[in-house]
Design a protein. Structure first.
Lengths: 337, 337
DNA sequence: TGTTAGCACTCACATATCTCGACTGCTAAA
DNA sequence: TTTAGCAGTCGAGATATGTGAGTGCTAACA
């Protein structure tokens, strides 16, 4: 992939074809391109260009006497080399984004729904997996009936609690000692660092083993639970697009959207890329006829989550990228509330 | 509705027709019924019975020279008067249910998914709305940076916490006084009883107003949040059923499944009915060509949530009702863990 | 009165055939 | 390298036709 060596005219034709296809979802003929985008050359010229582009794998023909449609490769090229994000009217998008999101709280609560409403595509929100969240403080509070409450404060502000059982024979200062112990054992560690086998408990503190183990179990639960925090919204939006008049496409789409684990994996993205655009199926990724755009967000330098938009291959990349970008700005500014 | 006055033979024919349709999803002819279910009479007799049943609204004909299919009314009659739940092989179902649900914890975590896997229909789980949850205890704990943590313990064991801001000029015993105040104001109240306008704050305690209001806001949030706790799983299962070869049906199905508020309303059911079977569209309920079965569950006499199964009208009512029933037994027994 | 055989009738579905026209690829000339 | 011209392809839609499953009706029968 990634041959940048397309002549300007080929680029122009490719862009014309994709722009047109994104709107009408119909094979585009040489005549249509000439009329709308390239009046200065003849249809025959365009035809010969088209057949070259087809040979290069950018276009396909549903049948011999029809116009052409872009291939996945074409969309990828389009996003990488043709699409100009810089001229997005960010003011306008910003206004919409700001209007819809009253506060950062809102983003977490309704992020997927709102992004879906703005873009008109199915959207997802994934809260970052707990692995690299650091335990900032841990408290233990006496309750009743021989139970206590353990509170874990993390560096991204989330507080988790869990009721645990105390041993029967609690001495007066048991809670305070346990508190100190837990602080010593856990504060500063990341969630990922806490593992089952972990045993840094001194022999003499055997009395606290039960508590200690309950806390570890709790952290493990937390770890697993937050890995699953994926919200998908606006699934029904796909029916607005003619490619999903075909049940098989719907089915395939639903299959991607309902496999949470896979979807989480896709949303994680690769490495530290801020935006990730996946188009069509690649090895090990089954996104046939679909495109998935994901973005990673930070607040105060800390990764908080990913937002994704999924739709047909011919999605409005510009709009979606624009919205995701402005959402990033909103979160970064973080001014409201 | 609810004419029980069908002759035994009509009942038998109706049952035959529905049973057959549930399996094959194809219009049933008089000959087919005779062959499989009623060899003792002629097809002509069956035909005349069929046309009477059709006149009564139990059957429809896709076209004049085709067999008949059951109407929503027929399914309702079937569930109410024909289907015999008592002879469900509960031992077998219980085994499956028990095998899949390793513990009660599992039910909350993966309930929808597992029910969907067992029944092979799309399933939902809704955690009971917070309204009639009672606040059992409330604690306030000093943190740092002029913030404190408020903990609310409810009678169903859930603990919620929220970080709140303290006023700048905190006196030594501020936290303790505030704690007593909050306890006095909230303990014993149900979530529903806490409302915004509420103001039982003495004039002299003006200093605590800010805290008080933050707690109220938090409870309100809690109220709204838990109303939303609905998990839908197995959406893609519908593609296993031929009626969803048609995109319009899929679309309609998705529309029902994605409108969470409406779905929550439907799952709440009416009054104190344990099981609720809704078939087809009724006034104000848009379930055209679909059936929704919901069940309400209690643990220790406290309502904890609802589980629902949604699918085509000709769903396997016996199986679904059996599974939901056994799930109830499992939760009631509550023996494991 | 209820049941049955017989028969005419209906209509979805599948298949075949045809036309139309939107495109293309190719060729030869500019 | 570009262009006009033209033959050729093929999907989509319209029309016609046969087939068979299944019904409603009627008249005879128990």
């Amino acid at each position: 992939m990634g041959e940048t060596n397309l002549t300007e005219r080929k680029k122009k034709i490719l862009k014309a074809l994709i722009d047109s296809y994104i709107n009408d979802v119909e094979p585009i003929s040489s005549a249509a391109i000439q009329k709308q985008y390239l009046p200065e050359v003849s249809t025959a010229t365009i035809r010969s260009e088209l057949s070259m582009l087809e040979e290069m794998g950018y276009l396909t023909q549903p049948h011999v006497s029809s116009g052409r449609i872009p291939s996945s490769k074409a969309y990828k090229y389009y996003v990488e080399h043709i699409l100009d994000i810089s001229d997005i009217d960010s003011a306008q998008i910003r206004e919409i984004v700001n209007e819809k999101f009253q506060s950062v709280q809102e983003v977490v609560k309704n992020g997927a729904k709102i992004v879906s409403d703005i873009t008109n595509y199915t959207s997802m929100l994934m809260i970052t997996s707990a692995d690299n969240i650091v335990i900032k403080d841990i408290k233990i509070i006496d309750m009743y009936d021989n139970t206590a409450l353990v509170l874990i404060v993390t560096d991204n502000g989330v507080i988790k609690n869990k009721q645990i059982d105390l041993p029967h024979d609690v001495k007066e200062n048991f809670i305070e000692v346990a508190g100190g112990l837990l602080r010593k054992a856990f504060v500063g560690k990341s969630i990922a660092e806490v593992t089952n086998g972990d045993d840094c408990l001194d022999k003499e503190l055997e009395a606290f083993r039960s508590i200690y183990e309950q806390v570890i179990a709790f952290v493990m639960d937390f770890k697993n639970a937050t890995e699953e925090q994926l919200y998908v919204e606006g699934t029904e939006k796909i029916f607005d697009y003619p490619e999903y008049k075909d049940v098989d496409n719907v089915r395939q789409f639903m299959s991607v959207v309902s496999h949470r684990e896979k979807l989480c994996g896709l949303m994680e993205g690769e490495g530290d890329i801020e935006y990730c655009v996946r188009i069509g199926s690649e090895d090990s990724v089954d996104l046939a006829n679909m495109a998935l755009i994901t973005a990673k967000y930070n607040i105060n330098g800390k990764e908080v989550g990913h937002v994704g938009v999924i739709g047909p291959e011919r999605m409005d990349y510009k709009k979606v990228l624009g919205v995701l970008k402005e959402l990033g700005v909103l979160l970064q500014d973080n001014k409201k509330e």
